[in-house]
Design a protein. Structure first.
Length: 243
């Protein structure tokens, strides 16, 4: 946890980037995991059988994974069973402000870890979302892990020189290191760590073919090299909050 002064031109001490999915798998190893925004609806059919679907990767290492998502692709009653130890339910996470029940027999206090991978940038009120977890006494001693794109990413700055921007149509906000730190403070979190993550152009790699696929891999390698040298320009961040 960095102590920031929020001064202009403040230097931020930050470690080298890590692979986002590998880190989330490591943190979730052997644990009972709540996966928020689990389906990844806009890329589900592209990623579901690949190494890039976070829910599948969490299920490969966790003791059990309960996913929640509001997608219309998920049946209201039974959910979608994704593996022997994982299922995704149709559930509005904001209902946790009214109840501790995810579904029958599953209570919020049952989980060891809550993972919200690439979720907060889609939300109208990310601070309210964080408070759902930081203000629940039932979650004391648990871990909340969030990943999100970086507002200062190198690749977006680079293509900006050519009049372009790479931002998903469903994104309502994008966060820098300092704004993520501010969110943790305003949510009354007590202990957190913000770790940079390498860019991964997974959807482009999965959907491209031939020579263009080679170009995508080369560009990713180049971007990752710059991110290693300048971590503040990494593709995203993982925020680990000890509740």
């Amino acid at each position: 946890m960095n102590t920031l002064e929020y001064k202009p031109l403040e230097r931020i001490k930050i470690g080298r980037p890590v692979n986002r999915i590998d880190m989330l798998k490591k943190i979730s190893q052997g644990k009972y995991c709540l996966d928020v925004g689990a389906l990844d609806e806009t890329a589900y059919f592209l990623k579901e059988n690949s190494e890039f679907w976070l829910h599948k990767q969490l299920a490969s290492v966790a003791k059990k994974v309960i996913g929640v998502d509001l997608s219309n692709l998920i049946p209201q009653e039974d959910g979608i069973k994704t593996s022997e130890n994982a299922i995704i339910y149709n559930f509005n996470i904001y209902n946790l402000g009214k109840t501790d029940k995810i579904t029958n027999g599953v209570d919020i206090s049952d989980f060891d870890i809550i993972v919200a991978g690439e979720v907060i940038e889609h939300l109208e009120n990310p601070l309210e979302f964080l408070k759902l977890f930081t203000q629940k006494t039932e979650l004391k001693g648990k871990t909340l892990v969030i990943s999100t794109p970086n507002a200062q990413s190198f690749h977006n700055g680079l293509i900006g020189l050519f009049g372009m921007e790479s931002t998903h149509e469903d994104h309502l906000a994008i966060f820098s290191y300092k704004t993520l730190n501010t969110l943790c403070i305003r949510a009354s979190a007590k202990d957190w760590n913000i770790v940079p993550t390498y860019s991964s152009f997974s959807e482009m790699k999965l959907s491209s073919k031939g020579f263009f696929k080679i170009i995508v891999h080369f560009f990713e390698y180049f971007v990752n090299l710059v991110e290693f040298i300048f971590p503040i320009r990494s593709g995203g961040y993982v925020v680990i909050i000890n509740l």
